[in-house]
Write a protein that binds this ligand. Structure first.
Ligand code: ATP
Ligand code: MG
Ligand code: FE
Length: 346
């Protein structure tokens, strides 16, 4: 079965073709980052309009990459939520309009399920069950994953998401939106001893996170410099920030492995692209005490942030498990707020 996936929940238009027998056939992405940069963040109305412009050219692109005709698509999966309402509406209306024209069924997909399952697209996919750390722009959650749709929330952030903390701290250092990758790069040249920031909730004995205090600590550090910060000063602050957030994320992952007794950890979401986090997790996974070792799995770098492949894949997994989920009802709906816990097992 060939599934077309359409992602449009925020500032990336992503389309992909996934074959449940042969795997990913093609994917294409347009990121609006450059367009939103001058505003310092995503402008929802501009995002919606740009999805309208990009969706059909990206469809032609994936069809030609996969050497397929649109009539060969068997089902269309689209991101139903959570995300920006207007942006979601573009993807869902394109999906339903196309499906109506082709007389094919549609399936709405939860964006976070897409992120969660994205490591299964990698060349070395994990088996169920596993612990998943979802670290994206809007979410930071630890989950136990026993199968598609079988998600148990173990802990989550009480305030900012990890990606948000990266972006806000980067902004305080005058870096462009989204600052995650930039602050991470700057940190590599920083001195770790100049700023030792607090590790929020490191010893909270649960699997929750809190990152807003860390952002405030960065602000306080920046304000203490009498003049404008030199590149070295910025690098030192960046290093302090990255070390603190990575420490907390890794420690909570280790606690989750201990608590569940599972041996596989999966990382998903944009912050999963972070090299310092990956290095620290790999070191933790390879613990000197064999009892504390575990295997860690990542999505391909290009599938950490939003993309159509993860939506096509999640659609394929769900339809394979239950073909009845495919609907010919094209009166589409979007769910800007949609707790993952409301999903049923595949
Ligand atoms: P959600 O999926 O929760 O709705 P989102 O879709 O906006 O949020 P993603 O696309 O998964 O989030 O990830 C984007 C976030 O990842 C941004 O905050 C960005 O700064 C961060 N990010 C991307 N690459 C890196 C990196 N190398 N280091 C740190 N952060 C990064
Ligand atoms: Mg994005
Ligand atoms: Fe996302």
């Amino acid at each position: 079965m060939i599934v077309l996936g359409i992602e449009s929940s925020c500032d990336e238009t992503g389309l992909a073709l996934y074959d449940t027998e042969r795997g990913l056939l093609a994917h294409a992405l347009h990121s609006q980052i450059a367009m939103h940069r001058e505003y310092g963040g995503v402008v929802p109305e501009l995002a919606s309009r740009d999805h309208v412009r990009r969706a059909l050219p990206l469809l032609s692109e994936v069809l030609s990459k996969a050497n397929l005709d649109k009539k060969q698509i068997d089902a269309i999966a689209f991101t139903e939520g959570p995300g920006l309402a207007g942006a979601l509406l573009v993807g869902s209306s394109v999906a339903c309009g196309l499906a109506f024209a082709l007389n094919k069924p549609v399936i709405g997909i939860h964006h976070l399920e897409g992120h969660l399952l994205s490591p299964l697209l990698a060349s070395r996919p994990p088996e169920f069950p596993f612990v998943a750390l979802l670290v994206s722009g809007g979410h930071t959650q630890l989950m136990r994953v026993d199968g598609v749709g079988r998600y148990e929330l173990l802990g989550e952030t009480l305030d900012d998401a990890a990606g948000e903390a990266f972006d806000k701290s980067a902004k305080l250092l005058g870096l462009d939106y989204p600052g995650g990758p930039a602050i991470s790069k700057l940190a590599t040249t920083g001195n770790p001893e100049v700023h030792v920031f607090p590790r929020p909730m490191l010893h909270s004995k649960d699997l929750n996170f809190s990152f807003s205090g860390l952002k405030t600590a960065v602000l306080t550090a920046v304000k203490k410099y009498p003049e404008t910060l030199t590149e070295d000063d910025k690098a030192n602050v960046a290093r302090g920030f990255v070390d603190a957030i990575v420490d907390v994320l890794v420690a909570k992952c280790q606690s989750a492995m201990k608590q569940t007794g599972l041996k596989r950890l999966v990382i998903a979401g944009g912050v999963g692209a972070n090299q310092q986090l990956r290095a620290a997790l790999n070191a933790a996974a390879n613990h000197h005490n064999p009892k504390k070792r575990f295997d860690v799995y990542y999505p391909e770098l290009e599938f950490c942030t939003d993309n159509g492949a993860m939506i096509a894949f999640a659609g394929g997994m769900r339809l394979k498990a239950n073909p009845n989920l495919a609907t010919y009802n094209y009166s589409f709906n979007v769910r800007p707020r949609w707790p993952l816990s409301e999903l049923s097992a595949a």
